[in-house]
Design a protein around this ligand. Structure first.
Ligand SMILES: C[S@@+](CC[C@H](N)C(=O)[O-])C[C@H]1O[C@@H](n2cnc3c(N)ncnc32)[C@H](O)[C@@H]1O
Length: 640
């Protein structure tokens, strides 16, 4: 227990120092710690058991603060009539449904609602899983809405809080009808009321949302900041040549900028840390609810990237040839035979690299090598050396708003992100621009239709669309990336989708994707994507649904095949990533304490990978030697 308390304090100290913020208030009491540890232990035990055939070592566990970890929280709004007779039960005193809201002049007081498992609303006044700041704002918001003009609360049906570790917070007020469907005058009246009574009174950003409208008072995003480098012991003693990491752009420690922006660096810490990454998180778009875990994920990914790049094994990967060849490549689907075509990588090559490849140890120029069965050519490049950027690119599928793309662009020569959601693609581009990233690009396409050999084609297509959109965008106003909104107020007039478009994607000359990162939704990978990623030397897989990850590792069972609605490429159903790769690292990220959900990340390395020794020689890794599963382990597992 004491041990865990120590670890928890560590997390808070680490995050606090990294952000130049005192997070000690998040320190939980020991009762919740006990509960937290028991629940986490149960989840981890279950994971150990299901992943045992593939990873029998202790996974690294990243613990979350047990309470006040959620940076996003949405509540319904109800009305409680203080005069009403109060029957027992969760509906006690609620006079109006949240659908219709209280009519004008209703005596009902606003209250927060959540829905229980039985779908009945429960009145709440606080939500301990949400951040302290959200809890602090909850009663103050109700008071502000109750005391402000009627337009603020009429037909209000829900409230969404979006907070950050950096201290920037946004409240979205969601309406059924009223002003949101009214004319310009109604919108202006709402903006004026929301500015005075909510934004300025509470020091937050505010957005009003109706059915087809989203109206920011000032801006419709928050700015989050993550520091990639954990503070060194020296820096925490104040002896480091580098000042402690500070978010923001420096200046006096006013705690908050006059516009309600993120906290400024404390006085005396004038220089922002170069390892701080900044992210715009848009109202209504996906962002990780647990900022602590998001930070741990970034650091884990960077550490794995370092491990891959330092390994310096004989590089093999997926070569995307540009130009005309792209066009001829067409939309090619992977079929069962592809694995054989790719060449069973066991024994493919040996010390010195694969057959026909340049001896990478000699540092010679990259040279085309043809795969044995006549697959498309690949270029083998020398491993990273000296100050040169690593000659290795990253393909990131399901990249969302570019959370990982920004961080990993510092590790790889270039990064190509793939995302289906138009708004998130635009958000990712903005985040790349915000951090001055020039070596990454994002493509809007479903991952199952993405083919690396068509990169040149995608880029040209995108350039055409952007040109077309750019012309259209000048004539309209946007709320956030890719979404239209009403025109009144603040940055509503920005054409956010075009903000990030200024930078062109990196030149697609010979991208060499040795590493692929996937962070799919709960369903995991579709069959095509699963097969496609098996072509890469290293796979970093982040999963918010461990059972889907398990299926992707081992392939679908007979039962899963029968249940699957997806009849496409059924022949790939049984293919799992462990047929070509082995798990070399696993971590558990407790994104959702107090719930049964948990996130897992694994690093998969192609079987038969070559490792480069200090003397420049290459050694084929033998799976058995590296396996953590011993006979005794297996026996223990079976007995238990
Ligand atoms: C779990 S989120 C990960 C987002 C991102 N990695 C992050 O940390 O912010 C999954 C992402 O996959 C995207 N997505 C869902 N289906 C997709 C598909 N078929 N192809 C590409 N992206 C998809 C979603 O829009 C979402 O952004």
């Amino acid at each position: 227990m004491a041990d865990f308390e120590g670890r928890c304090e560590d997390i808070l100290t680490l995050a606090g120092e990294a952000l130049g913020t005192d997070l000690s208030y998040l320190s939980p009491n020991s009762a919740s710690l006990d509960q937290y540890e028991t629940s986490l232990q149960r989840k981890v035990d279950e994971l150990r058991s299901i992943f045992f055939p593939y990873w029998s070592c202790e996974p690294t566990i990243f613990r979350s603060p047990p309470v006040h970890y959620r940076l996003r929280a949405k509540f319904g709004i109800g009305r409680v009539n203080p005069q009403a007779s109060r029957p027992a039960g969760p509906l006690a005193g609620i006079t109006e449904t949240t659908r219709t809201g209280a009519p004008q002049g209703s005596p009902g007081q606003l209250c927060y609602l959540m829905w229980g498992a039985d779908k009945k609303p429960v009145v709440i006044s606080s939500f301990p899983l949400a951040s302290r700041r959200i809890n602090d704002l909850m009663p103050r918001l109700l008071l502000a809405l109750g005391e402000g003009p009627l337009i603020l609360r009429r037909s209000l049906r829900a409230v969404n809080f979006l907070d950050t570790l950096a201290g920037d917070t946004l409240i979205a007020l969601m309406y059924e009808t009223a002003w949101a469907e009214g004319g310009e005058a109604a919108k202006e009246e709402w903006v004026a009321a929301a500015r005075e009574h909510v934004k300025e009174a509470l020091g937050v950003q505010v957005v009003g949302r109706g059915k087809r409208v989203a109206l920011p008072v000032d801006r419709a995003y928050v700015l989050e900041e993550f520091c990639l480098s954990p503070p060194s012991p020296a820096s925490s003693r104040g002896a480091s040549p580098l000042p402690p990491c500070a978010p923001g752009t420096g200046g006096a420690d006013t705690g908050r900028d006059p516009k309600g922006g993120p906290r400024r660096a404390p006085a005396g810490v004038p220089r922002p840390c170069p390892s701080v990454l900044r992210y715009k998180q848009w109202d209504g778009a996906f962002s990780n609810p647990n900022g602590f875990m998001a930070l741990h994920t970034l650091r884990w990914l960077c550490a794995r990237a370092d491990a891959v790049l330092q390994r310096g094994d004989a590089p093999r990967g997926v070569q995307a040839t540009g130009g005309e060849a792209d066009e001829r490549g067409g939309e090619r689907r992977m079929e069962d035979g592809d694995r054989e075509q790719q060449g069973d990588t066991e024994g493919h090559g040996g010390p010195g690299g694969c057959e026909g490849c340049v001896d990478v140890a000699s540092g010679g120029e990259g040279r085309v090598c043809r795969e044995r069965q006549g697959l498309r050519p690949r270029v083998c490049r020398p491993p990273p050396s000296g100050d040169k950027p690593p000659a290795c690119d990253l393909l990131e599928l399901f990249c969302g708003g570019g959370n990982h793309t920004v961080a990993l662009s510092r590790k790889f020569r270039r990064v190509v992100g793939v995302e289906i959601d138009r708004r998130l693609v635009a958000a990712a581009k903005e985040n790349l621009a915000l951090n001055g990233v020039k070596n990454a690009s994002v493509i809007q396409i479903p991952s199952e239709r993405f083919h690396p050999e068509r990169l040149g084609h995608y880029r040209r297509q995108q350039e055409q669309e952007e040109k077309h959109d750019g012309e259209g965008a000048r004539a309209r106003t946007m709320h956030g990336p890719g979404k239209r909104v009403a025109s009144a107020g603040g940055e509503a007039g920005l054409t956010a989708r075009t903000q990030g478009m200024g930078q062109s994607p990196p030149d697609e000359d010979d991208p060499f994707f040795r590493v692929v990162l996937v962070d799919p939704p709960r369903a995991g990978l579709d069959r095509h994507t699963r097969k496609m990623v098996s072509n890469y030397e290293d796979i970093l897989y982040i999963s918010c649904a461990p059972l889907s990850l398990l299926r992707d590792l081992r392939g679908e069972s007979e039962e899963e095949r029968r249940q699957s609605a997806d009849r496409k490429i059924l022949s790939l159903a049984g293919f799992g990533l462990v047929h070509t790769h082995r798990v070399v690292d696993m971590c558990v990220l407790d994104h959702f304490p107090g719930t049964r959900h948990i996130e897992v990340a694994v690093h998969l390395q192609r079987r038969g990978t070559h490792e480069k020794g200090a003397d420049g020689s290459h050694t084929l890794i033998d799976d058995r030697e590296n396996s953590c599963v011993t006979f005794m382990d297996a026996l223990k597992h079976t007995v238990n």
